[in-house]
Design a protein around this ligand. Structure first.
Ligand code: MN
Length: 137
């Protein structure tokens, strides 16, 4: 069983997201603002976080940056949710440390595919192949 923290301020989006996650058999934790999301992430240690970018007060990218700088939460994969297909949002979400990026409205196949990838290989999106070390001495 997977515990997913959803940080989303829009009631309709929250309802849809919760429905999709429950349908897939996941446990859902809910926060409607970034501050509550940060607290739940630290206290409950979810397996994955779905983070809306546009939140009242602190936005989802600022919250993700905090999560990724905190050793207690840095390893939890974060999927950024953007309301608009804006290239700038995708780039900004990568800079903030998000592991993946999805444009709303959520399509269940895309959500499940991204979640499966992140849960099987946490941090896989960030890993780079290190060049072989060549010693010349
Ligand atoms: Mn929002």
């Amino acid at each position: 069983m997977t515990a997913v923290l959803v940080v989303e301020d829009n009631p309709a989006n929250l309802k849809l997201t919760t429905l999709l996650l429950h349908s897939a058999g996941h446990t859902v934790l809910i926060a409607v603002d970034a501050e509550t999301g940060l607290r739940l992430a630290r206290d409950e240690q979810p397996d994955l976080i779905l983070m809306d970018i546009q939140l009242p007060g602190m936005d989802g990218l600022a919250a993700t940056a905090i999560l990724k700088h905190d050793p207690a939460t840095a390893a939890i994969p974060v999927i950024a949710l953007s309301a608009l297909a804006m290239k700038a949002d995708e780039e900004r979400s990568q800079s903030a440390g998000c592991d993946a990026y999805i444009v709303k409205p959520l399509r269940y196949k895309e959500l499940y595919a991204v979640m499966e990838r992140l849960l099987v290989e946490p941090g896989a999106a960030d890993k780079q192949v290190a060049p072989p070390s060549l010693s010349t001495t």
